[in-house]
Structures are given as structure tokens and as C-alpha cells.
Design a protein around this ligand. Structure first.
Ligand code: IPE
Ligand code: IPE
Ligand code: MG
Length: 236
């Protein structure tokens, strides 16, 4: 048994339950998304203050494009605001910002703001905040397979070069360590096409708390439990 303290470099979160939070209050779903965006700020601040190097948040999945157009519009408008004000604020706090997901699906102005924020914050030495937007893990894996196939076809690589490291390097998360903790809020216990490759050995935590109510205190409880878990990676 290992007595060494688990190392915590990366927390990934499936931020779920905004709609139910609003419904319980008799409010439109958009109110839940607005409150959820506030929680993003609080939790990003808390993770940064705790000296954890990476935080990845699932904000919008490839499957979420299938929601009613009105809801998609609300979410995209919120994202626009977020890119303009809140992420600017994070930039000042030395946070590095990254986006993972299918950018071609996004409106051009959003994709441009994302690229700008990434380049403006690339040299920041604080926490890296990774936002998964228009993200689907299966799509990410298929895209990686296509990149590899193209390289092999061109003769830039041979089949024998393909290994775990090379495959990882073809994913959106190429230079980001695997998550140590994966949290899902709102009581659902599924992965919903999130970080399927990267979360192979993540410690999972499920809470009934809806995302707009998730707090730094609850995060600390998760972290405490994480340190008491034994990660075996298949060994004994
Ligand atoms: C999570 O909250 C945010 C997104 C998926 C964009 P939901 O909108 O899924 O909220 P519920 O699950 O309907 O309560
Ligand atoms: C997962 O939540 C996606 C995000 C949190 C962005 P969903 O609410 O879309 O997932 P399902 O539909 O319950 O699996
Ligand atoms: Mg949901």
C-alpha cells in the first residue's frame, strides 16, 4: 500500500444541473445558466488559490448543439459575455486560458475571441483553465485517428511509431496532464462524452449538488477525500 500522498495536478468537472436549479425556483433555464457562470468564477478562483495547476470545465458538449435553438443561443450569448469580461479578469490574475472542442461549429466572433485569449494568456504562469466548449471525447479520438492516418499516408510516420504517448499528443489536450479528479454535479452518474481517454485513471466524485450551488467548501471536501483514496493503476 502506498503511504505517499496522492498528487493533485488537475481537476476536471462536469458542470451539470443549471436547468434543474432554475426549474426549482420557477425561473427560466437561462437563469440557471447565468448563475452557473458565476459559480465558474468562484471555483476557478478557489482552484487557483489552492495551487492546483489545471482545471478543466465541461461547458458545452457536441451533443448540446441538439438542444432547442433558443437555449443554444442563450448559452452562446453567455459565452460571448464570459469571453469579454470574466476571462479578461482571469487573464489579469495570471491564469492561462485554453479551449478544447470543435471550433468550426462556433460563430466566427466567438472562435476569434477564444484564439485571442489563448494567445494573450499563453505566457501566464498561474493555473491553466481549460474550457471544453463544443467538446465531445469520441469526436476528439476520431480526429486524432484521422491525423495519424494522414501522417502515415504521407510517409511522415510509420505504424510502429503509434503508441500511447503519440496518440495522447494528437488530442486537444496534448500538453495537459490527465485529470486526477473528475467531479460531476447534479446527481447524474455518467461521463457524457467527456475526456474519455484522459480520465482513464481519474478518481470520480459525484455530488447531488446542482452546479449553481457548488461551492469552494464542497470542493475542499472532495479534495480531502481524494487524498485519502488509494490509486493503484492496476498494481497491487
Ligand atoms: C449544465 O446544465 C450546463 C450545460 C449542459 C450547458 P444543464 O443545462 O444540463 O442542466 P440540467 O441537467 O438540465 O439541470
Ligand atoms: C453534460 O451535461 C455536458 C455539460 C455539462 C456541458 P448534459 O446535461 O448535456 O449531459 P446528459 O445529457 O445529462 O448526459
Ligand atoms: Mg444536464
Amino acid at each position: 500500500m502506498s503511504t505517499e500522498k496522492n498528487r493533485l495536478n488537475h481537476i476536471a468537472i462536469i458542470m451539470d444541473g443549471n436547468g434543474r436549479w432554475a426549474k426549482r425556483r420557477g425561473l427560466p433555464r437561462s437563469a440557471g445558466h447565468k448563475k452557473g457562470a458565476e459559480t465558474v468564477k468562484d471555483i476557478a478562483k478557489a482552484v487557483n488559490e489552492r495551487g492546483i495547476r489545471f482545471l478543466t470545465l465541461y461547458a458545452f458538449s457536441t451533443e448540446n448543439w441538439q438542444r432547442p435553438a433558443e437555449e443554444v443561443k442563450t448559452l452562446m450569448d453567455l459565452l460571448r459575455q464570459y469571453l469579454k469580461y470574466d476571462l479578461e479578469e482571469m487573464r489579469k490574475n495570471n491564469i492561462r486560458i485554453r479551449f478544447i472542442g470543435e471550433r468550426d461549429m462556433l460563430d466566427q466572433d466567438i472562435a476569434e475571441s477564444m484564439a485571442q485569449l489563448e494567445s494573450k494568456t499563453a505566457g501566464n504562469l498561474g493555473m491553466t483553465l481549460v474550457l471544453a466548449i463544443s467538446y465531445g471525447a469520441r469526436q476528439e479520438i476520431v480526429a486524432a485517428a484521422k491525423k495519424i492516418a494522414a501522417l502515415v499516408k504521407k510517409g511522415d510516420m510509420s505504424e510502429s511509431d503509434i503508441d500511447l504517448k503519440l496518440f495522447s499528443d494528437m488530442l486537444y489536450t496534448r500538453d495537459i496532464p490527465d485529470p486526477d479528479i473528475l467531479i460531476r454535479t447534479s446527481g447524474e452518474q455518467r461521463i457524457s462524452n467527456y475526456l474519455l481517454w484522459q480520465a482513464a485513471y481519474a478518481e470520480m466524485f459525484f455530488t447531488e449538488t446542482l452546479w449553481p450551488d457548488f461551492s469552494a467548501e464542497e470542493l475542499d471536501k472532495v479534495i480531502e477525500k481524494f487524498y485519502s483514496r488509494e490509486r493503484r493503476y492496476g498494481k497491487i
